[in-house]
Write a protein that binds this ligand. Structure first.
Ligand code: PML
Ligand code: MG
Length: 263
């Protein structure tokens, strides 16, 4: 067995029935694992599914699959935390940051009008020129997969940046770094569907990963994940990048840059 080969390990859990049969989404998770660490990796995702604030799963699936494509390494987006005192202040800041990232103001307004209609477990894609949803995945949305950040390197990064080793931050930063690395992604807007987690973020290549401490009220189970996209001339290639391209986040202190781009 070649120990350098990695497996994509993914989990999904839902209540009442499976997702495709109308069950309520409880939890999902993604990681990359060596063969040697597979047992531990499966247990990590099993723990996540069994101890979740959205409820106890009645349907739970964990899948392991060898990765055959070359793995691309990316530096994490720069991270900044914006403390806000109300959800209104947080949402105003999110709109401001989306505009700064390159999404036209009227399209941000159009997207926000649609958010209450969505009940999607993955991400939705919105075209920045029309403000229309373009993924066509109805209530499934797009699930970004095949990505991870090895623990030692993540912990070294967190120590150097004086941020906590919060696993949610890690998972979301891995995903945002992968998504924003594609030239067709202009920005991502996200907040959690977990009722006890109010921090969300706006991310893009130019503004980095901008955490906002309140994007929803405590107790609210409605999450949001929107990718604002431009020039999707080849929709299938974009989706295949999100779902299939294996990515490992790799932080190198010597290549680190500040938000303004200087060393
Ligand atoms: C999620 O839980 O699904 C998304 C969490 C987004 C924010 C993570 C953070 O930066 O703390
Ligand atoms: Mg969640």
């Amino acid at each position: 067995m070649d120990q350098s080969r990695l497996y994509n390990v993914r989990m999904r859990a839902s209540e009442s029935a499976s997702h495709e049969n109308g069950g309520k989404h409880i939890s999902g998770g993604e990681l990359l694992s060596s063969y040697r660490d597979l047992r531990m990796s499966v247990n990590t995702l099993l723990d996540k599914a069994l101890n979740h604030s959205r409820g106890k799963p009645d349907f739970l699936q964990i899948q392991c699959e060898i990765i055959n494509q070359p793995i691309k390494r990316l530096s994490p987006l720069t991270v900044q935390t914006n403390d806000v005192t109300t959800v209104e202040e947080g949402q105003d800041l999110a709109r401001y940051l989306l505009e700064k990232a390159g999404v036209p103001k009227d399209m941000i307004a159009k997207a926000y009008k649609q958010i209450p209609e969505y009940s999607v477990r993955g991400a939705i894609l919105i075209d920045i020129h029309t403000g229309e949803r373009v993924d066509g995945r109805i209530d499934k949305g797009v699930r970004v997969s095949k990505m991870d950040w090895q623990r030692d390197n993540f912990e070294k990064w967190a120590k150097s940046k004086a941020v906590s080793t919060n696993p949610r931050l890690k998972e979301a930063l891995v995903l945002a770094t992968k998504v924003c690395n594609h030239k067709s992604t202009i920005a991502e807007l996200c907040w959690s569907d977990d009722p006890d987690y109010t921090t969300g973020y706006v991310a893009s290549k130019n503004i980095g990963y901008q955490r906002i401490t309140q994007l929803k009220h405590h107790g609210d189970e409605k999450g949001c994940r929107i990718f604002f996209v431009d020039s999707l001339s080849d929709f299938n290639i974009y989706i295949s990048y999100l779902e299939e391209q294996p990515i490992l986040i790799q932080w190198e202190e010597e290549h680190d840059t500040r938000v303004d781009g200087k060393k």
